[in-house]
Ligand binder design. Structure first.
Ligand SMILES: Nc1ncnc2c1ncn2[C@@H]1O[C@H](COP(=O)(O)OP(=O)(O)O)[C@@H](O)[C@H]1O
Ligand SMILES: [Mg+2]
Length: 375
């Protein structure tokens, strides 16, 4: 692949896809709602596109995830896409862009439709984690359209929380950046909060046991990396930036990045030597999730310890923030790039090359049009 890179940079036409605006003309037939709190992600798509251009890719453009995506991709003769969208509206929205790309025959950086939907539905992913023995907070899923008003009997309360007296976290099954996440101290106070989350999202509601320990986050990517001009195949997925999230004493829920941007004081990068134990446990956990659940590209695992120090997975983000780090802000998977000798551009090149490498090796039918560019 390395020998083909100069030709790919010259000829490969790349689209970085951000969340479309459902109110834009032609974006959708009928505007509905998005159970997940909406965000455009266009500035990040531009950071990604800018980095790919800086790496020497001649044709990189950004375009919206919406009903016109296929027409835009065809007009611009795009060969390869990068999904930086979580979907415009409707249910399972994170899977809409990859579903369309699968249909169109355009390979992409991003999770396939099934994984994207599962990862973006915390309750389903928790069950998958459970199936491979990875701890997550005890929980119930409450959907009033099915379960009626009595959350205690409907959601298998006693099975989920034997002997638990709270506190609890109430959150949407599909959400982002701590939006609509609530701390509830006492079970008696749960119903109005659950009603509110349901009213705000029109989707099932997750009630979890509150984990009071330290909070962490760790990224994990694919197995091929681009470092210092070389392409290297690792023997396992690349672990990125095991960090402790810095919470203020009264900050029970990590404050949304919409309210407080991710500055370097909001997470403490863990040192592989000085913090060897937790660094090793988080790295092993991240690798295990990626391998056991066959998640081939970038994810960011959000983790919190319980009172006994056991690491529980809160969620796994299928499209972690990739904002270009600058003097004040960063993103949680890029914080430790220095430790592993990668630049921001090299991280992005790694993600792109890893996906192409996988497609050429295991899905050759999806990259026949790219193989022709190399003739
Ligand atoms: N079970 C839990 N125990 C303690 N804190 C939680 C729990 N679930 C969520 N949180 C807090 O809420 C934040 C957001 O929850 P998370 O599940 O990561 O969803 P999202 O980031 O998609 O909003 C977490 O970073 C954490 O601070
Ligand atoms: Mg999170």
């Amino acid at each position: 692949m390395g020998t083909f890179l100069p030709r790919l940079k010259e000829r490969l036409r790349i689209a970085v896809i951000y969340n479309g605006d459902k109110s834009a003309p032609g974006a959708v037939i009928n505007e509905t709602s998005n159970p997940r709190s909406s965000k455009s992600y266009r500035p990040i798509a531009e950071d990604i596109a800018g980095a790919l251009s800086a790496l020497g890719f001649r044709t990189v453009m950004v375009m919206p995830d919406d009903m016109m995506l296929g027409a835009h991709l065809r007009e611009e003769a795009i060969h390869f896409a990068w999904i930086n969208s979580a979907g415009v509206q409707g249910y399972g929205a994170a899977s809409h862009a990859p579903s369309m790309l699968e249909l169109f025959g355009i390979p992409y950086v991003g999770h396939d439709p099934l994984d994207a939907a599962i990862l973006d539905n915390k309750h389903i992913f928790k069950r998958n984690l459970d199936s491979v023995g990875i701890p997550t907070a005890p929980f119930i899923v409450w959907d009033p359209t099915q379960d009626g008003r009595d959350y205690r009997t409907a959601g298998f309360w006693e099975t989920a929380f034997p002997g638990c007296t709270g506190p609890y976290i109430v959150k949407p099954v599909t959400g982002r950046a701590s939006q609509n996440v609530h701390f509830v101290g006492d079970a008696a106070d749960l119903p109005p909060v659950m009603d509110k989350v349901y009213a705000d999202t029109c989707n099932a509601v997750l009630v979890e046991q509150y984990l009071g320990g330290t909070e962490y986050t760790v990224g994990v990517a694919g197995r091929v990396i681009a470092r210092g001009g070389d392409l290297i195949e690792l023997d396992g997925p690349l672990v990125l930036s095991p960090c402790e999230r810095v919470l203020q004493p009264d900050e029970k829920i990590f404050t949304s990045m919409d309210v407080r941007p991710i500055t370097r004081d909001r997470a403490r990068l863990l040192d592989p030597v000085a913090n060897a134990d937790i660094h090793g446990r988080l790295s092993a956990l991240a690798r295990r999730i990626s391998v056991a659940l066959h998640l081939r590209t970038l994810i960011r695992v959000d983790v919190r310890a319980d009172a006994a120090g056991v690491l529980n997975v809160l969620e796994v983000n299928p499209k972690p923030d990739l904002k270009r780090p600058d003097a004040t802000q960063t993103n949680l998977v890029s914080m430790g790039l220095d430790q592993i000798g990668l630049t921001y551009e090299e991280l992005l090149l790694s993600l792109l090359v890893d996906r192409l490498y996988f497609c050429f090796a295991h899905r050759p039918q999806t990259v026949r049009h790219i193989a022709k560019l190399l003739d």
